[in-house]
Design a protein around this ligand. Structure first.
Ligand SMILES: [Zn+2]
Length: 200
C-alpha cells in the first residue's frame, strides 16, 4: 500500500453482476466496447450511463503497445482463445494505468481475464468479493465450439475442443438491499458476447 492513486478497471461481467461506480472511491475506468456489450434498457446499462455522464467512470481506449503486451501475456497463459478483443483491451487498460503510476485492479468475473491478470501481477477481484451481495447464476460455455456445460462442471477446458471455458452471469437476485436497487435484473445474454468480438 503506497500513496499511489488507485484505479479499478471494470468489464461487462462486472456491470451485469451489479457493479456500481458510486460504491467506490477509486477512479473507475473501462473501454469503449462496454457500452455496446450491455443490453439497451437493462439496469446494468442505466448504471453504466449514469456513471459515464457523471464523470465517475472514464472510458479509455488502450494504446496499441498495451494491447500487444496483453496479447503476449494471454498467449503465454493459453488464454488467448478464450478472450474476446474487448477482454484483451480490459487487460491492456490495466497495464497502461499501471504504467501511468496507478495501482490498478480489474473487477471481472471472467476466469481468463483473472488468469492473465495474475500472470501480469495485476490485482483482480470478482464482483462477489468486491462486496456486492448478489447470488449469481452462471452459465458455463465454450467460446470456440459453443458447447454449454453445467455450472458446477469441474474441468477448466472444453471436452470437445480443449478451449478454456468461459462463464457469464445468467441472472441474479439481490440478497441484501443496496440503496433501493431493483430486486432482480435479467440481462439478455448473447452467447456471442465472449468469443465473437474479432470482427470489430
Ligand atoms: Zn469447445
Amino acid at each position: 500500500m503506497g500513496d499511489k492513486r488507485r484505479a479499478v478497471i471494470v468489464d461487462t461481467t462486472a456491470f451485469i453482476a451489479g457493479f456500481d461506480a458510486f460504491d467506490t472511491y477509486d477512479e473507475v475506468y473501462s473501454i469503449p466496447e462496454i457500452e455496446r456489450e450491455l443490453t439497451r434498457g437493462s439496469m446494468a446499462k442505466t448504471r453504466l450511463k449514469m456513471a459515464i455522464r457523471s464523470g465517475r467512470l472514464k472510458i479509455r481506449e488502450p494504446t496499441s503497445n498495451a494491447i500487444r503486451e496483453a496479447e503476449r501475456a494471454s498467449k503465454e497463459m493459453g488464454d488467448f482463445q478464450s478472450l474476446s478483443e474487448a477482454d484483451r483491451k480490459i487487460i491492456a487498460l490495466a497495464i497502461q494505468l499501471r504504467d501511468e503510476g496507478y495501482e490498478p485492479r480489474i473487477i471481472t468475473d471472467d476466469f481468463s481475464i483473472q488468469n492473465v491478470a495474475k500472470k501480469l501481477s495485476i490485482e483482480y477481484a470478482s464482483i462477489t468479493t468486491h462486496g456486492i451481495k448478489y447470488h449469481l447464476k452462471w452459465m458455463l460455455y465454450c467460446p470456440a465450439c459453443r458447447k454449454i456445460y453445467p455450472p458446477d462442471y469441474k474441468f477448466e477446458n472444453c471436452e470437445n475442443c480443449g478451449t478454456k471455458l468461459k462463464r457469464k452471469p445468467l441472472s441474479k437476485t439481490l440478497i441484501c438491499g443496496l440503496k433501493g436497487q431493483n430486486k432482480k435484473e435479467f440481462g439478455k445474454l448473447k452467447l456471442s458476447e465472449g468469443g465473437d468480438e474479432s470482427g470489430l
